[in-house]
Design a protein around this ligand. Structure first.
Ligand SMILES: Nc1nc2c(ncn2[C@@H]2O[C@H](COP(=O)(O)OP(=O)(O)OP(=O)(O)O)[C@@H](O)[C@H]2O)c(=O)[nH]1
Length: 212
C-alpha cells in the first residue's frame, strides 16, 4: 500500500577536496554504481541526485561535485550556499592532498554556517584505499583525534574503484544532517512542541569515527 504522507527531505551536500582525489568517482560509484579509471577534470561544478529510503521517509541528496581547481576561484561561496553537509576528500597516496584537508575545512566553515550558527556536518574521506595507506600509516596521524580537533563528524577509508565504505560514509553524513536539522527545529520551537524528524538517530556517533 502506498503511503501518500511519506515525509521527504532534500539535502544539498558538497563534495570538495584537491584535484584528482576522486570526488567525481565517489559520486559516480554512489549514484550510478560504476567506476572509470580515466581522469577528466571537473570544470566548475557537476550535480547528481541520490534518493534514499530512510526510516520510512524519503531523503534526496543533491550532491555538488565541486572541481578541485575551484579552491582559488571566487565562485565558491555561491556553491556553498544552503548546503547541509559536506564530504572532504583526500587521496591516501598523496600526502599533499591530506595537508589541504584543513584548508578546505577552514574555507568551508568560514563561508557556510547553519541557521543556528553551527558548522555543517562534514565527513572526511580517505579515498583510493585500494592503492595503499601511505598517508595514514607514514606520518603517525591519529585520525580520530584529527577529526575531533578539526570538527569532522566521522571519517572513512574509501575506494570508488572497489566500492569500499561509500554507502557507510553517506549514511553517517545523513544521520548527522538529520540530527542537526532536529537540533535547529528544537531551538526554534517552544518547549511544548518538540518536532522530531527522525527518532533515535541523532546525537554524536562514535561509530562514525572509524575506517573499515
Ligand atoms: N585506484 C583508484 N583510483 C581512483 C579512485 N577514485 C578515483 N580514482 C581515479 O583518480 C582519478 C581522478 O578521479 P576523479 O574522480 O576525476 O577526481 P576528482 O577529485 O573529481 O578530480 P577534479 O574534478 O579534478 O577535482 C581518475 O583517474 C579515477 O579513475 C579509487 O578509489 N581508487
Amino acid at each position: 500500500m502506498q503511503n501518500n504522507h511519506q515525509k521527504e527531505h532534500l539535502y544539498k551536500i558538497l563534495v570538495i577536496g584537491d584535484l584528482g582525489v576522486g570526488k567525481t568517482s565517489i559520486i559516480k560509484r554512489y549514484v550510478h554504481h560504476n567506476f572509470s579509471p580515466n581522469y577528466r577534470a571537473t570544470i566548475g561544478v557537476d550535480f547528481a541526485l541520490k534518493v534514499l529510503n530512510w526510516d520510512q521517509e524519503t531523503v534526496r541528496l543533491q550532491l555538488w561535485d565541486i572541481a578541485g581547481q575551484e579552491r582559488f576561484g571566487n565562485m565558491t561561496r555561491v556553491y556553498y550556499r544552503e548546503a547541509m553537509g559536506a564530504f572532504i576528500v583526500f587521496d591516501v597516496t598523496r600526502p599533499a592532498s591530506f595537508e589541504a584537508v584543513t584548508k578546505w575545512k577552514e574555507d568551508l566553515d568560514s563561508k557556510l554556517t547553519l541557521a543556528n550558527g553551527k558548522n555543517v556536518a562534514t565527513v572526511l574521506l580517505a579515498n583510493k584505499c585500494d592503492q595503499g595507506r601511505e598517508v595514514l600509516t607514514n606520518n603517525g596521524i591519529k585520525m580520530e583525534q584529527f577529526c575531533e580537533e578539526n570538527g569532522f563528524v566521522g571519517w572513512y577509508e574509501t575506494s570508488a574503484k572497489e566500492n569500499i565504505n561509500i554507502d557507510e560514509a553517506a549514511n553517517c553524513l545523513v544521520k548527522h544532517i538529520i540530527a542537526s536539522e532536529n537540533d535547529m527545529l528544537q531551538s526554534e520551537v517552544p518547549d511544548t512542541i518538540t518536532p522530531q524528524l527522525e527518532k533515535d538517530k541523532g546525537g554524536t556517533c562514535s561509530s562514525c569515527f572509524r575506517a573499515q
